[in-house]
Design a protein around this ligand. Structure first.
Ligand code: CP
Ligand code: NVA
Length: 315
């Protein structure tokens, strides 16, 4: 199997903002090949003998398991490193952790609170660093999501994805990814909870090159009309637990339910959620478990796209 390298080769993936359409499609192609090989039981040990160090400052189900299983399928292995159990939890710096880990492992994946921590890791590590979620972005999620849309819709350019909810890390990655891939992204969020203006500006610039439209609104009906995809995420992200009650009040009309789904006016709108979901808050059971929901395909594709990423960055 041949792995296509970008020129100059990419070292890290911290956000989708600095990726290109060609690069993302290269990862999609490889992910689809690896997914087929895995399903056919054919070996694809592209990272035999390699080790991925996985630093977690926050909880995870999908990211931890999909990276770990993905590394095993590629012939390597992964180390789960809870930040609390590392000396990081006792004051060793992120920079020193990056320098030391680089002497042991072939790549680092990190889930952090502050995006600057993953930037420091990337600057100080001599091995590739992948952002497994920061407060600013969740690039692996964005890649898995657009791969899933591509599989379901057969194309990306010209589609409309409407994200309904908090303008958070996941929303940012959808904005960057959509703009680069030619998917128009509308973000429907209450005032005060919209995506960061700098993210919207960067995405809008990239969208000019692909013909996609980036639109931010608080108007649900306007935002979901004509959507090929409607997407949501929790109203209070990890680290915002203390704001949960207040956010439930602010967001209560922003739930994806049968009524909102019918407001798209399309029979084939699909519903996405990065998971974990707070059922009965941002999404109703009926929609989450309904025929338009593709949330489990999304979760599965985390593994396939990350295998493609790992294989391109760590070979
Ligand atoms: N979607 C996602 O990143 O899930 P986890 O928090 O379970 O890793
Ligand atoms: N926005 C959520 C995503 C979880 C995968 C969070 O940061 O908690």
């Amino acid at each position: 199997m041949k792995i296509k390298q970008t020129t100059p080769p990419r070292k890290d993936l911290l956000t989708l903002a600095d990726t290109t359409q060609d690069e993302i499609h290269g990862w999609f192609d490889l992910a689809r090949k690896l997914k087929k090989r895995q399903r056919a039981g054919k070996s694809h040990q592209l990272l035999a003998g390699k080790t991925l160090g996985m630093i977690f400052q926050k909880s995870s189900t999908r990211t931890r398991i999909s990276f770990e299983v993905g590394m095993v399928q590629l012939g390597g292995h992964a180390l789960f490193l809870s930040a609390n159990d590392l000396q990081l939890g006792r004051g060793e710096t992120v920079a020193d952790t990056a320098r030391v880990l680089s002497r042991y492992v072939d790549g680092i994946m990190a889930r952090v609170y502050k995006h600057s921590d993953v930037e420091t890791l990337a600057r100080c590590a001599t091995v590739p660093v992948i952002n497994g979620l920061s407060d600013y972005s969740h690039p692996c999620q964005g890649l898995a999501d657009y791969l899933t849309v591509l599989e379901h819709k057969g194309e990306l350019e010209g589609l409309k994805l409407t994200y309904v909810g908090d303008g958070n890390n996941v929303a940012h990655s959808l904005l960057f990814g959509g703009a680069i891939l030619g998917v128009s992204v509308t973000c429907v969020s209450p005032s005060g909870y919209q995506p960061l203006p700098a993210v919207v500006e960067t995405a809008s610039k990239a969208a000019k090159r692909t013909g996609a439209k980036i639109h931010i609104t608080a108007d649900i009906n306007e935002g979901v009309a004509g959507a090929d995809v409607i997407y949501t995420d929790v109203w209070a992200s990890m680290g915002q637990e203390a704001e949960h009650a207040k956010r439930v009040e602010v967001f209560k009309t922003f739930q994806i339910n049968a009524q909102m789904l019918s407001a798209t006016g399309k029979k084939d709108t699909v519903v996405m959620h990065c998971l974990p979901a707070h059922r009965g808050e941002e999404i109703s059971d009926e929609v989450m478990d309904g025929p338009r929901s593709i949330v489990l395909d999304q979760a599965e594709n985390r593994m396939h796209i990350q295998k493609a990423l790992l294989a391109s960055l760590m070979v």
